[in-house]
Design a protein around this ligand. Structure first.
Ligand code: BG6
Length: 292
């Protein structure tokens, strides 16, 4: 049983009455909803927020939150066999429990857990223990650990579906994926690659394959770079809905596509993970900001 010390982290009733934890340290702040194990906010000291949250986001039990870092698990995107199932799995819609908090002079962290229940087994018939450890220091590290507590292999895809705040979509370029093959979800799943940094003048929805690369969002408008490092992942998803899809989404403002971009640390496509009985897979993303 881990040492439980809840005194170092403040809890409150957040948007929609959802319980949230407030992490503070000398290097910044972060806010985490127990609903979804969801990071809502990360702000390095004296900087703008790194994560984007929609003004139209819905904060209610059972609903996914638009923005921050939704946890997509145990499947990413549509369910592989059954289109009736919720997109991106059930972890982002479930209530997680606090397992541990920890505070040092320079860091603040919280670990939340979710395990199988009648509700999860109705959607996915396997036993599991999921934890998400969120550590605020000079960077924000989010580590999703999936343990197979059953006696047969489980197969999962996943995403730490990070939404980043940007000055304007026309001001950014994403580096790190030049020359990497991607599946274009908007062009009949064709496999393509580009040699140049990613810029945006239309909807983009791509699964980059076989990449462990750090990505950088270079935002010339705010003169800052957002760094997205990762481990336990060989795929990265880049998404911006642009005008028509933004208009179709009820929890997304019509013009908000200009102020966000998703660079998602994933296990997607042929990066699906098989976890043997008793074993754990850890998917980690580390976010930081620098001037430039
Ligand atoms: C991205 C997908 O990861 O998530 C997109 O590649 C999808 O196709 C987007 O539209 C948002 O998904 P949702 O279920 O949160 O609306």
């Amino acid at each position: 049983m881990p040492f439980i010390d809840l005194s170092s982290i403040q809890f409150s009733s957040g948007p929609g009455g959802l319980s949230v934890a407030h992490l503070r340290c000398p290097h910044g702040s972060a806010t985490v909803a127990l609903h979804g194990g969801h990071v809502l906010e990360y702000t390095p000291k004296d900087q703008r927020p790194v994560l984007w949250l929609s003004d139209s986001a819905v904060f209610a039990p059972g609903k996914a939150i638009r923005g921050g870092i939704p946890v997509c698990w145990p499947w990413f995107g549509p369910h592989p066999e059954n289109s009736e199932m919720p997109a991106h799995g059930f972890a982002r819609n479930a209530l997680w429990e606090v397992q541990m908090t920890h505070r040092t002079e320079n860091t603040s962290s919280i670990t939340l857990g979710l395990c199988d229940s009648d509700e999860t087994r109705a959607l996915w018939p396997y036993p599991f223990e999921l934890t998400i450890a969120i550590t605020l220091a000079r960077s924000l590290t989010v580590a999703l650990s999936a343990k197979n507590t059953g006696d047969a292999d489980i197969v999962c895809s996943a995403a730490l579906h990070s939404y980043f705040a940007i000055s304007d979509i026309s001001n950014i370029a994403i580096t790190g994926l030049e020359g990497t093959a991607f599946r274009d979800q908007l062009d009949e799943d064709r496999i393509k690659s580009e040699q140049t940094p990613i810029t945006f003048d239309r909807e983009i929805d791509r699964v980059y394959r076989d990449t462990k690369a750090e990505c950088i969002i270079d935002d010339s408008g705010w003169e800052r770079k957002l760094h997205i490092a990762k481990s336990g992942s060989r795929s990265t998803v880049v998404w911006n809905p642009w005008i028509a899809k933004a208009a179709r989404m009820a929890d997304f403002g019509d013009d908000e596509y200009r102020e966000m971009v998703c660079v998602e640390t994933t296990n997607a496509d042929d990066d699906t993970v098989t976890i043997a009985p008793g074993k754990t897979h850890v998917l980690t993303t580390e976010l930081s900001a620098s001037a430039g």
